[in-house]
Design a protein around this ligand. Structure first.
Ligand SMILES: Cc1cc2nc3c(=O)[nH]c(=O)nc-3n(C[C@H](O)[C@H](O)[C@H](O)COP(=O)(O)O)c2cc1C
Length: 262
């Protein structure tokens, strides 16, 4: 009986997802590759006059503006966590990335604040070993961005920003309801980074994803085949971080085949 219910619910979900995706106006434009007539071995030079300028970190006042404008676009993890005392915290982090699928894992890098103070997110993760990565989408950009304020640890940024908590399934910190993707993570590795003066400036944390929550509006159950769900980026409207205070939208894409796959 339970199995029949599951089959019916899955079929209904798939049917509504099909209706949704087939009727929805496309947001992302599918384009041709930049050079459709390119042949293997043809040179593709930089389209600007000039040469590379070599910049040594030791000779710069700060690498910060350079690295955040150069290594782009970066995905953004809107991290929700909870302190040992039970205070909920949310903040965006773009020094982040998916680094493995087996085990499924995400890295987030938290810099120290002025005065060598740990950010609340990091302090909470090190204390409780748990956090949720919520993916930022266009429809809640302003409220998600608002959580980056330097609020005291006892302030719940979800309240301040107008975000809605949803209980997680396996861990204690809540998820963000406005996000179509929530990844419940358990801390599996941490690493302190030291600068040239030997001072710890940043801590890298790696979380193993112990539960994925994917909203039906973006989920494709058979995207890559049976048992291999995928996310529709057109529906997800993911945001990325560019330099300074600039966010990027994903509005145009093209496909290039992988040589190692049929
Ligand atoms: C889009 C965006 C990306 C950010 N990425 C990072 C990051 O990768 N690492 C970091 O330490 N701070 C990052 N910040 C700054 C933190 O969000 C900010 O310091 C925040 O106050 C930290 O909050 P918390 O103390 O509650 O963790 C980012 C801010 C924004 C708006």
């Amino acid at each position: 009986m339970f199995e029949l219910k599951t089959v019916l619910a899955t079929s209904a979900g798939a049917f509504f997802a099909f209706l949704y995706f087939s009727r929805r106006k496309r947001h992302v434009v599918k384009e041709s590759p930049p050079h459709p007539s390119w042949k293997a071995g043809e040179n593709q030079p930089i389209p600007y006059p000039g040469r590379h300028v070599t910049l040594l970190p030791s000779e710069l006042k700060s690498c910060y503006p350079l690295i955040i404008s150069a290594y782009v676009p970066r995905p953004i993890a809107l991290v929700s966590s909870k302190s040992a005392a039970g205070h909920v915290n949310v903040a965006p982090y773009s020094y982040t990335g998916a680094i493995s699928h087996d085990p499924p894992a995400i890295v987030v890098s938290c810099c120290r604040k002025a005065g060598d103070v740990m950010k609340d997110t990091l302090a909470n993760i090190l204390d409780t070993k748990e956090f949720v990565v919520n993916i930022m989408s266009e429809w809640y950009a302003e409220s998600a961005n608002h959580t980056c304020g330097n609020f005291p640890p006892e302030v719940n940024e979800m309240d301040v920003a107008g975000l809605t908590p949803l209980p997680s399934k396996i861990i204690s910190p809540p998820r963000v309801a406005e996000s179509a993707l929530n990844f419940e993570c358990r801390l599996i590795h941490q690493y302190d980074m030291k600068n040239a003066q030997g001072k710890v400036t940043t801590t890298v944390v790696i979380g193993e994803i112990v539960a994925f929550h994917v909203h039906e509006g973006v989920l494709e159950m058979n995207g890559a085949g049976e048992g291999k769900p995928t996310v529709n980026f057109d529906a997800l409207k993911p945001l990325s971080r560019l330099g300074g205070c600039t966010y990027g939208r994903t509005t145009a894409v093209f496909d290039l085949p992988r040589l190692d796959r049929a």
